[in-house]
Design a protein around this ligand. Sequence first.
Ligand SMILES: Nc1ncnc2c1ncn2[C@@H]1O[C@H](COP(=O)(O)OP(=O)(O)OP(=O)(O)O)[C@@H](O)[C@H]1O
Ligand SMILES: [Mg+2]
Length: 236
Amino acid sequence: MIQVENLHKKFSKNQVLTGLDLNIQEGGIFAILGPNGSGKTTLIKIILGMVIADKGTVSVFGKHIKNKWKYRQEIEYLPQIANFPGNLRVKELIRMIKDLRQQPCEEKRLIELFGLQPFMDKKLATLSGGTKQKVNIVLAFMFNSPLIILDEPTTGLDPAALISLKELIQKEKQEGKTILITSHIMQFVEEVADEIVYLLEGKIYFKGGISELMEKTAQTNFEHAIAAIATKKSNA
Ligand SMILES: Nc1ncnc2c1ncn2[C@@H]1O[C@H](COP(=O)(O)OP(=O)(O)OP(=O)(O)O)[C@@H](O)[C@H]1O
Ligand SMILES: [Mg+2]
């Protein structure tokens, strides 16, 4: 589904990715983990063609993405920070995205799932952080694409919304979709992820199952296993 080879990315003097290789096969939930600033969002944006790598190649759906944009129509993306125009009402934003995409769309079920009906006429600037994130989630799930990329989808969600999000992700997986998620909430990752991809010092430090990672780090608790990698490396 996604092949990344020898990816390098530098922001002025800050070398973020240093020869990163990654292969994501089709179907299932992949969690991209790593400390703050390790380059998870940068990697996602490169896959989406929103950031251009200095070196290396990216293929999505079996084709190189360089100078292409049409493949993006087959990807749903939830940005880590959604900069919605504050003056738009929720229903206007949803309509605008539908008009832009011109694809079959089922937003009603999602609006109900996240209890957004009372907010449809409200301006985005007036919404609470968690409610804004629910709108962000509706926009990311309302079309039917084979690849879904979620950058910190749990941010600000209350427990009920978190349960709905988990159900939604599992449903998409059952339909054969490939789902890429970044999250710092290890309990959430443990519940949903089939495979972990751990980014550290510009490369993939680990890719595999959660039990495999715990064996590798000699930890019995997933959160501690993840923390152990970062601490060991920073002390090395
Ligand atoms: N547009 C940009 N210009 C300059 N530096 C950037 C830019 N985008 C990201 N960076 C830098 O690249 C590094 C990686 O950032 P990135 O957002 O990819 O990290 P992350 O792993 O997603 O972190 P977090 O867990 O905090 O979301 C950071 O040092 C960040 O400051
Ligand atoms: Mg990020």
